[in-house]
Design a protein around this ligand. Structure first.
Ligand code: SF4
Length: 376
């Protein structure tokens, strides 16, 4: 109520959630699984005096195990699944005329909310694909539950996310209760401190648990502006050219410019792309499309300038220099990775072989896609 509006909101709500989760983990009443968004790996270190951009995956995994999570998984994995679904959806819109163009990405709830409230006329242009957070939750409560033989009601899914908009996303009326609790990067740091875990001194060799833990570096760069688009291009171009198109890096759509544009020729298709970096630029691009002055096939929009590395739940201070180092850390991880394409992720391949069958098929349509509503 009123208090929440006047008090330092963050402090109040963060504390309650963290205390509640801490108690639940101690009681061990559920099977706790956790996912962490791509951006967190390159920002969380800052809370413990580690340089911005440093990949703190191993320390995070070890801290989460100490906190009592049964399985430590990653949203990079479900970002790869997002690419399989959203890439297929884009191909259907481009080559089969199934749905409107341009298609907009739907992984940022800040952007989805903005469109529903201000530009509902574009709702059919929004990818029907759920965000990586929600895809993870949906798979945890179906695929994971079934394959591991753990009843859905025993599974408690926690997300560590870069912003509070992700809390709202998990509570959307269109979303089943797949994600049970969302905490931000800073809330996670509080949980670690509350349990007196010496984060900076944890080891550097730990990795996610298998099954829903493996992510490609394409899934990882989802955490920065241009990354979703680049990840999609790696897979869509592979499909359109039967694996002949080998370009992996798309420098034109990286970085901090407000609107980044490029076009890519793959096979007989020329795909026109735009990346909208920050919500204030969305209006410029949407108005230009309405006036018939802009012509794109696929548009990525992230509400935060720089993408999720700049999310409202990220460590403070959060200035341009820090954001740039986080972004560099993410691309460094990509350059050094042996797995740079979502469709080559073996755990994603297993998901389709053993459970979903086809991207955008019957089962994934039911589990991994959603709808939007006019909230103007
Ligand atoms: Fe949240 Fe910002 Fe990322 Fe959107 S871009 S999901 S608002 S952190």
């Amino acid at each position: 109520g009123q208090c929440v509006k006047v008090c330092p909101v963050g402090a109040l709500t963060e504390k309650n959630h963290v205390v509640e989760l801490n108690q639940m983990l101690k009681k061990r009443e559920k099977h706790f699984i956790v996912q962490m968004a791509p951006a967190i790996k390159h920002t969380i270190g800052e809370e413990f005096f580690i340089a911005p951009g440093t990949d703190a995956t191993s320390k995070m995994v070890l801290a989460l195990k100490k906190l009592g999570f049964d399985r430590v998984f990653s949203t990079d994995y479900s970002a790869d699944v997002t690419i399989m679904e959203e890439g297929t959806e884009l191909l259907q819109r481009l080559t089969e005329g199934k749905g409107k163009l341009p298609m907009f990405t739907s992984c940022c709830p800040g952007w989805v909310n903005y469109m529903e409230q201000n530009y509902p006329q574009f709702i059919d242009n929004l990818s029907s694909c759920k965000s990586p957070q929600q895809i993870f939750g949906a798979l945890a409560k179906s695929y994971y539950s079934k394959e591991m033989n753990i009843p859905v009601e025993d599974i408690f899914v926690v997300s560590i996310m870069p912003c509070t908009a992700k809390k709202g996303e998990a509570e959307r009326e269109q979303m089943p209760e797949d994600v049970d609790m969302v905490i931000t990067t800073r809330e996670f740091a509080k949980l670690v401190r509350m349990n007196r875990i010496d984060f900076a001194y944890l080891g550097d060799d730990a990795d996610y648990d298998s099954f829903m833990g493996k992510g490609s570096s394409a899934g990882r760069i989802f955490g920065t502006s241009g990354g979703v688009m680049e990840a999609a291009l790696r897979t869509v171009s592979h499909v359109l050219t039967g694996g002949q198109f080998e370009k992996l890096e798309f420098n034109e759509i990286r970085g901090f410019d407000n609107v980044k544009e490029t076009s890519v020729e793959v096979g007989e298709h020329k795909i026109k792309l735009a990346v909208v970096n920050g919500i204030s630029s969305a209006k410029v691009v949407l108005d230009a499309i309405e006036r018939g002055e802009a012509d794109y096939d696929f548009i990525e929009v992230m509400a935060c300038h720089g993408g999720c590395i700049s999310g409202g739940g990220a460590p403070i201070p959060d200035n341009y220099d820090v954001r740039r180092r986080r972004m560099e850390g993410m691309y460094r991880f990509d350059t050094e990775s042996d797995l740079r394409k979502s469709h080559e992720n073996s755990e994603v391949k297993a998901l389709y072989e053993n459970y979903l069958k086809d991207p955008c098929g019957h089962k994934s349509h039911h589990l991994l896609h959603t709808t939007y509503s006019d909230k103007s």
